[in-house]
Design a protein around this ligand. Structure first.
Ligand SMILES: Nc1ncnc2c1ncn2[C@@H]1O[C@H](COP(=O)(O)OP(=O)(O)OP(=O)(O)O)[C@@H](O)[C@H]1O
Length: 494
C-alpha cells in the first residue's frame, strides 16, 4: 500500500480589527502618568490609526505637533509586539550611548517615548512616537521609480547602521522597505531616515543564544512578497542575514526600478524559486535587472556577498560584515566625488498627494517640499512622477530597469506578527498571569505591556500549549499598487 500522505492543516489566521477612532482633543495617559492630547489623524496602517499628538496643555494640537500616537484595539497583537520591541531596544539612553560610542550624528531607530492603555468606547493600546514625515516609497514613486546611485549609496550606509544597531540588540526587523522608511518631519530633519513598523521584528538571539536553523512550511513566506528573504520563504526564523538580503532587494529595486519577480507577486513558491535561482547566479540577476550591463559595482558586490551568506544554511547564524558592506558604498561615493551630506536628490521630486499613511494636512507642504536650491546628482535629475521607468542615455550611474510588466497586486497576503519578546508572547488566559508577572519584572516601566492580547486562534493556543513563542497571523484581502502595500494593509488610498 502506498504511504498515506499526512495532511498539513492550514490554521486560520486571526482577524485584527481597526480601533474606534479618537476624537481630537481626547487626552490619553501613558504608563508613566504623562498625559498626551490627540490631534488630527496622520496615518493608517493595517491594524492601527495614527494621530498627531502633544503633551497635554491648553489649546488644541497644532499641525506641527512633534509626536504621533499609534492606537490599536487592546486585544490586537501587532502593537503589543511593537511596544515590546521599543522597550527592549529603543530607549533614548540606549540609542544615545550607541551613537556616542560609534561617533554617529544620526541613527534611524525611532526612540521610545511612551505607551499605555486607554478606556474609550472600547479598550485601546497606544504608543507615543516621534513624528516623522514622508515615506521613501512615495519618494521613489514621485522620482519616477528610480533613485540616483548617490542617494542609494547614502541610504545603504544609513540603513546598514540602523540594522547593525538592531542586530546588536538581539532583534531583526524582517520587513525593510520604502514604505517603512520615513524621513524626518521638520525641514531640518528631512535628510534623516527612520526605520518604522516593528510589527514583524523578531528576537533572533534571546539571552539563551541564536535560534536554530529550522525550515517550517507552515510559517513560510512571511513579509512583503517582493522583498521576503529566502529564509522567510522557507519558514526559517528570521535572522540577521535575512535583513541583509531584504535590504539588497530594496537597494536593487531603487536602482533598477523593478525586481525580476514582480510579475507574479501572488505566487509565493514562484517568488521563492526565483530568488533562490538568482541568488545562486548573481550575474543572471544583474542581467535581468540591468540589461545594458551597467549595474553599479558596489551593488554587485553587495549582492555577491549576500548570495554567499544566504544560500548555505551553515552561515545562518553568522554576523554580517557591516563594515565591509558600508565600505562598498562609501568607496563608491568617494570615487565619484559625491559627499555623504545627507541631502537627498529625491527630495526634489515631490509626491503629489498623500493617499494613505500620511493623511493630507496643512503640514504636508512642509514635509514634502524640496530643498531649495539643492543641486542634484552630477549626472541627472529625478524623473517626473509616473513616467515610465527609464533612464536617460547619459545616466551612466544607473541603468534601465527590466521591461517586465508588474503583475496585479497580490490579493491576499499574510501578515505575521511575531512577539518581539518571543519568550513571553500573547498567551491564552491560563498562561496570561504568569506571562504578565515575568514581563513586569523585565519591563518595570511599562505597566501596559504586562497584559498581552489573548490569542484567538488555534495556532496561538497551540503555541502557548507547547510553551514556545506565539505568533499571530492575519490575512487581509488587499489589492494595491506595487510596493505600496504593507503586509495585510490596504494601501491603495482607501
Ligand atoms: N512616527 C510616525 N510619524 C508619522 N507617520 C507615521 C509614523 N509611523 C508611521 N507613520 C505612517 O503611518 C502609516 C502606518 O504606520 P505603520 O506602518 O507603523 O502601521 P501598521 O498598522 O503597522 O501598518 P502595516 O499595515 O504597514 O503593518 C504609515 O503609512 C506610516 O507612513
Amino acid at each position: 500500500m502506498p504511504p498515506v500522505k499526512k495532511q498539513v492543516k492550514k490554521r486560520a489566521p486571526p482577524k485584527h480589527k481597526l480601533p474606534d477612532p479618537l476624537k481630537p482633543g481626547e487626552v490619553l495617559t501613558d504608563s508613566m502618568k504623562r498625559q498626551w492630547k490627540v490631534g488630527a489623524a496622520v496615518g493608517q496602517g493595517g491594524f492601527g490609526l495614527l494621530y498627531a499628538a502633544s503633551p497635554n496643555g491648553p489649546g488644541s494640537v497644532g499641525p506641527n505637533a512633534e509626536y504621533v500616537i499609534k492606537i490599536e484595539p487592546h486585544d490586537n497583537g501587532p502593537l503589543f509586539s511593537e511596544i515590546n520591541f521599543y522597550l527592549r531596544t529603543a530607549k533614548q539612553d540606549m540609542i544615545k550611548d550607541w551613537m556616542k560610542a560609534k561617533k554617529m550624528k544620526h541613527l534611524g531607530v525611532p526612540r521610545y517615548i511612551g505607551s499605555g492603555s486607554h478606556e474609550g468606547k472600547t479598550r485601546l493600546r497606544f504608543m507615543v512616537m516621534e513624528r516623522f514625515g514622508e515615506n521613501l516609497h512615495k519618494m521613489f514613486e514621485a522620482a519616477g521609480k528610480v533613485f540616483t546611485r548617490r542617494d542609494v549609496a547614502i541610504l545603504a550606509i544609513r540603513l546598514l547602521n540602523t540594522l547593525e544597531y538592531l542586530h546588536d540588540h538581539q532583534f531583526v526587523h524582517a520587513d525593510i522597505k520604502g514604505s517603512n522608511l520615513l524621513l524626518g518631519f521638520t525641514k531640518d530633519a528631512q535628510d534623516q531616515v527612520y526605520l518604522v513598523d516593528y510589527g514583524l521584528a523578531y528576537r533572533y538571539q534571546p539571552d539563551s543564544g541564536h535560534r536554530d536553523y529550522k525550515e517550517d512550511p507552515r510559517k513560510a513566506h512571511d513579509g512583503t512578497p517582493e522583498f521576503t528573504s529566502s529564509d522567510a520563504h522557507k519558514g526559517v526564523p528570521a535572522a540577521r542575514r535575512g535583513d541583509i538580503e531584504i535590504l539588497g532587494y530594496v537597494l536593487l529595486q531603487w536602482l533598477c526600478g523593478q525586481l525580476p519577480w514582480e510579475d507574479n507577486l501572488t505566487n509565493c513558491d514562484y517568488l521563492k524559486d526565483q530568488k533562490m535561482k538568482y541568488l545562486k547566479n548573481i550575474p543572471s540577476l544583474l542581467k535581468a535587472c540591468f540589461p545594458k550591463g551597467d549595474c553599479p559595482d558596489e551593488l554587485r558586490k553587495y549582492l555577491e556577498y549576500t548570495s554567499g551568506l544566504v544560500v548555505n544554511s551553515s552561515r545562518y547564524q553568522e554576523k554580517p560584515d557591516y563594515n565591509y558592506l558600508r565600505g562598498l558604498f562609501s568607496s563608491a561615493l568617494k570615487k565619484a566625488g559625491w559627499k555623504d551630506d545627507g541631502k537627498f536628490d529625491f527630495l526634489s521630486a515631490k509626491p503629489k498627494s498623500s493617499k494613505k499613511g500620511q493623511v493630507k494636512s496643512s503640514t504636508d507642504e512642509e514635509v514634502q517640499s524640496p530643498q531649495s536650491g539643492r543641486s542634484l546628482s552630477p549626472k541627472k535629475r529625478a524623473a517626473p512622477k509616473k513616467k515610465a521607468v527609464k533612464r536617460k542615455s547619459d545616466e551612466s550611474d544607473v541603468s534601465s530597469p527590466p521591461k517586465k510588466k508588474a503583475a496585479p497586486r497580490k490579493k491576499v497576503v499574510k501578515r505575521v506578527y511575531v512577539d518581539s519578546d518571543s519568550e513571553s508572547p500573547p498567551k491564552p488566559k491560563a498562561a496570561k498571569a504568569k506571562a504578565a508577572k515575568a514581563r513586569k519584572a523585565e519591563s518595570p516601566d511599562d505597566s501596559d505591556s504586562d497584559s498581552p492580547p489573548k490569542p484567538k486562534t488555534a495556532r496561538g493556543k497551540a503555541a502557548a500549549k507547547r510553551g514556545r513563542k506565539a505568533r499571530a497571523l492575519s490575512t487581509i484581502a488587499t489589492q494595491t499598487s506595487p510596493g505600496l502595500m504593507t503586509r495585510g494593509r490596504l494601501s491603495n488610498g482607501t
